[in-house]
Design a protein around this ligand. Structure first.
Ligand SMILES: O=C[C@H](O)[C@H](O)[C@H](O)COP(=O)(O)O
Length: 306
């Protein structure tokens, strides 16, 4: 790894903490990966009083990072029922221009989503390699956390959704690289399946009557793909962080959001670029309502969206 990449991660982390670390927060989410290390460093160096702040980890590595920095960890399931996380910081493997993210490259995924969705504000920090116009550009697969017994069936269903690389390779269970042979296990003891898709994913702006983003011709829109994968039995979490941002979701009366409100990218020239999520995006459903009947399990009636 070259030092300019590390410098880029560090610069992005320091800028993100400088601009967003709230006054007197109660709970702060700390993500996983290599970039988040600099976020913790930035928090420590900022001189803010953290003696009354509890830091919520997104997995084993993140918890050790918090403890080693002398900060106070609190497990996600120890949060008081009505408490929100004031802010969550995390890295990403790829970020598109609408701030949808691919995450899970380091095999942390499910707990990252729990924390991001419970946060009033989710801030992403990354280096310039991660900034792409659309997802599945450089980072060619969508990581998916899968219950091991269901892995083969999940991969079969993924192939039915069109998961294949431009060279024809299908989804794969991620293997470990260490002495112990076999798949790597997540903090939940699950597998990660890496599912390639043949085209960069669309955002709602790209949709046309010809390209609905529903998988036809291999073209998927980010949220539609995330939902289609999440519907497969055995899938715990999909490494696509999309949907409403924190404030958007809070206004709508639902808890938090998965898509960051802002992303900080350390650039190769030493500068930091910040992207903010758009306040209002065209909704996929509003633009092209589903034509097929939607079966409502609750009423046993068939509802057709008009
Ligand atoms: O599974 C890992 C997480 O989603 C990471 O946040 C992501 O892979 C980015 O990691 P890094 O900061 O090391 O590039």
């Amino acid at each position: 790894m070259t030092t300019d990449i590390e410098a880029a991660k560090q610069a992005a982390a320091f800028e993100a903490v400088r601009n967003h670390f709230p006054e007197n927060p109660r709970f702060v989410g700390i993500g996983s990966g290599t970039t988040i290390v600099y976020v913790v460093e930035a928090i420590k160096q900022s001189g803010v009083d953290v003696t009354r702040v509890c830091f919520v980890p997104t997995g084993y590595q993140s918890k050790q990072l918090i403890i080693n920095a002398g900060l106070i960890p609190i497990e996600f399931d120890a949060l008081p029922d009505n408490a929100m996380i004031d802010i969550a910081f995390d890295g990403a493997d790829e970020v598109d221009e609408d701030l949808n993210c691919i995450k899970g490259g380091g095999a942390c995924l499910y707990q990252e989503k729990l924390v991001a969705m419970r946060a009033k504000k989710f801030i992403c920090v990354a280096d310039y390699r991660k900034l792409q116009p659309r997802l599945v550009t450089q980072w060619a697969t969508v990581p998916i956390e899968v219950e091991p017994k269901a892995a083969r069936q999940v991969m079969r269903r993924l192939r039915m959704l069109g998961s294949r690389s431009p060279t024809g390779a299908g989804p794969k269970i991620r293997e470990g690289h260490m002495a112990k042979a076999g798949p790597i296990k997540t903090d939940q003891d699950f597998f990660i399946v890496d599912a390639p898709f043949p085209h960069p994913l669309l955002i709602s702006d790209d949709l046309t009557a010809e390209k609905l983003g529903d998988g036809e011709g291999g073209f998927w829109e980010v949220e539609q793909l995330a939902n289609a994968i999440k519907d497969i039995n055995g899938v715990l979490a999909v490494g696509l962080f999309c949907g409403p941002t924190g404030p958007e979701a809070l206004t709508a009366g639902v808890v938090g959001g998965q898509r960051p409100v802002a992303c900080y990218f350390g650039m190769a020239d030493g500068t930091v670029t910040m992207r903010r999520a758009r306040e209002k995006r065209p909704s996929v459903v509003a633009k092209y309502p589903p034509l097929i009947p939607v079966h409502s399990a609750e009423t046993e009636a068939v509802v057709v969206d008009s």
